[in-house]
Design a protein around this ligand. Structure first.
Ligand code: KIV
Ligand code: ZN
Length: 387
């Protein structure tokens, strides 16, 4: 069976940048955009041009430098937003306008104070207007996760008629379960006229920790674009993490889905975004966290030293990490101490290791982590080399 490509739509510079206190200036955004382009991202959402002169400038400058990816600008379903986005995108080789409106009852009643008919009218008008500026128009049905499927299908059908090329189905509040989100995509595939002519896109938030799982469920059920951010940054609990999606498709080839991302660049990309935004990546973050390839318990260390595959499903080199690390703590065993001692120059015999290990445990109970320098001290303090 032929593998099908899932396009990666990176929104680090738009949804990701909505993180409180994490502003990027235009120069920083340009560096990130060109690295995303080199890494193989298909679409870069560069910003929300009408939101501020700074964002307009960033989208416009990014449009000039991006070589391969489509450059996208967000708008509301408002004429002026669309005009401003079109102007910001005028230098892009491949421009896309991303316009849309809320479709859930909550958004229609409480936010927009209107009717379903009016939502359809505004959605169609926005897409048709955007289409007068660019060929590639993506429509988002905000809060699609909580929108009833029949109405969502109706909105989708109408915006396809107006010329939408991509339909974004956001789980804006991170509410859906993977089965539910996957079923929503399947329902749209089966019930929307003209759906075969457009790409369905997943845009999932992480309020219940399920953004990545929901995006994968969407792709398995027919979506061919995933909207995501580096390190999963974004509003509230964040968005789907790009690095997770890329590695899930790589590690599960039987899904027959792939992305064009060069995964070896993931670790560096993660650091670039974290450093530029001043936003620390949690150490246990999947794929790019500092502990993602470190082993600290004795049982695991013994396994990994014998064969990496016992406790590692990803080769660290595949994501740009040189090697996995064996962290020495009071939970480590003799195998780990012998391994690390060898790395710093001591090939210990079994008796020498037994002596050094007792000394090591005393040390490790006091210090949280035993470092290379400490190993020299341990070996000297216990005189094990004289045995
Ligand atoms: O989460 C969301 O619904 C969005 C849209 C604006 C695409 O970010
Ligand atoms: Zn979002």
């Amino acid at each position: 069976m032929n593998k099908e490509k899932v396009q990666i739509f990176d929104t680090t510079l738009r949804d990701g940048e909505q993180v409180p206190g994490c502003k990027l200036d235009t120069a920083q955004k340009l560096i990130i955009a060109s690295r995303l382009d080199e890494m193989g991202v298909d679409i870069i959402e560069a910003g929300f041009p009408v939101s501020s002169p700074g964002d307009f400038l960033s989208v416009s400058e990014i449009s000039k430098i991006v070589k391969y990816a489509t450059v996208c600008g967000l708008t509301r379903a408002v004429k002026n937003d669309i005009e401003v986005a079109a102007s910001a995108l005028q230098y892009a080789k491949k421009p896309r306008i991303h316009t849309g409106i809320g479709t859930s009852e909550s958004h229609i009643i409480h936010k927009l104070n209107t009717t379903r008919e009016d939502i359809i009218y505004r959605a169609k008008s926005a897409v048709a207007y955007a289409k007068t500026f660019v060929e590639d128009v993506e429509f988002y049905a905000e809060d699609a996760g909580r929108t009833d499927n029949a109405f969502l299908a109706k909105v989708c059908e109408e915006v396809i008629k107006s010329g939408a090329t991509v339909l974004n189905i956001p789980d804006t509040t991170g509410y859906c379960l993977p089965e539910e989100y996957g079923a929503k995509i399947k329902y749209l595939k089966e019930n929307v006229k003209g759906i075969e002519n457009v790409i369905l896109s997943c845009h999932c938030h992480n309020d219940l920790g399920m953004a990545t799982a929901n995006s994968i469920a969407g792709a398995v059920n027919g979506a061919r674009q995933i909207e995501c951010t580096i390190n999963g940054i974004g509003e509230r609990a964040g968005n789907t993490a790009l690095e997770e999606v890329v590695m899930i498709f790589k590690q599960h080839p039987y899904l027959n889905l792939y992305t064009s991302i060069d995964s070896k660049q993931l670790n560096e990309m993660s650091r670039l975004v974290s450093d530029s935004m001043g936003m620390i990546v949690q150490p246990n973050k999947a794929i790019v966290g500092a502990n993602a390839f470190s082993h600290s318990s004795g049982i695991h260390q013994d396994g990994v030293i014998k064969n990496r595959a016992t406790y590692e499903i990803i080769d660290p080199l595949d994501v740009g990490v040189n090697e996995s690390s064996i962290v020495l703590t009071a939970r480590s065993g003799r195998a780990a101490l012998a391994y690390r001692a060898k790395k710093v120059g001591y090939e210990l015999t079994k008796i020498q290791l037994d002596i050094a290990y007792s000394e090591f445990l005393k040390f490790a109970d006091i210090k949280k982590e035993v470092l290379d320098d400490d190993i020299h001290q341990i070996v000297e303090a216990c005189n094990c080399l004289e045995v």
